[in-house]
Design a binder for this molecule. Structure first.
Ligand SMILES: [Zn+2]
Length: 226
């Protein structure tokens, strides 16, 4: 009898331990091991540039993490080799804008969709596929709702951000300042979409990048691309 009770107790204990560590039958795990439920998406806007983008690719390669590049067509048309490299190394090329001229692209729905299409044709000429990922220049919150609706009706997933290097806001920022901004401005700690830029003047962004990646690796984040 005693043997049976202790066997039962052992089974119950094992089950309890298993449920605690790996999850219950109805929902989230009660305790998560590697905190792999935390994800971060690195995103780079406004490139490619000869000076900065290849260096960013070098860092991403060394750290072995993927990223998403929201490209600008006028920047990309003579730098397809850089984007080809990004694509070949496993990163996502996504639509930002062909001209990136707010006045033109936001003048009408037709103008916006035409700009997006032109940028996407360029992406297709590199990757062989059209992208369905789009980021509004300035963010979706800065444009009229009807434009957001029109873009989404065309089948695009629009992507904003909830954390940022602030490398387009802080004037002459040092790598240290950008690092502090990137790790401080996290709105949703479970899913971070990090905004940074790879345009030609963003050399300090490159200088801060590896430290930012290490920070989030140490915090248990999984790096993903769109
Ligand atoms: Zn932009």
């Amino acid at each position: 009898m005693n043997k049976r009770i202790s066997a039962l107790a052992a089974i119950l204990l094992t089950v309890a331990l298993f449920v605690t560590l790996f999850g219950n039958f109805f929902g989230e795990p009660l305790l998560s091991f590697a905190e792999s439920d935390k994800v971060i998406y690195l995103t780079f806007d406004d490139g490619p540039s000869d000076r900065v983008t290849p260096k960013i690719l070098d860092v991403l390669k060394t750290e072995n993490v993927p990223a998403t590049f929201f490209i600008v067509g006028t920047q990309a048309k003579n730098r397809k080799n850089i984007l080809k490299r990004a694509f070949d190394e496993g990163h996502t090329l996504a639509v930002h804008s062909y001209s990136h001229k707010y006045k033109e692209i936001y003048s009408s729905t037709e103008a916006l969709l035409k700009d997006i299409e032109k940028c996407n044709e360029l992406i297709c000429s590199i990757t062989g596929e059209f992208s369905h990922i789009y980021r509004f220049p300035g963010g979706s919150f800065s444009v009229p709702q009807k434009l957001v609706k029109a873009v989404e009706e065309k089948g695009y997933n629009t992507v904003d951000w909830n954390a940022s290097f602030r490398d387009s806001e802080i004037k002459n920022a040092s790598a240290r300042e950008l690092y502090c901004a990137a790790v401080a401005t996290v709105a949703n700690p479970k899913k971070i979409v990090m905004l940074a830029h790879d345009s030609t003047d963003k050399t300090e962004t490159v200088a801060a990048l590896s430290k930012v990646i290490k920070h989030f690796k140490n915090k248990g984040y999984e790096f993903k691309k769109f």
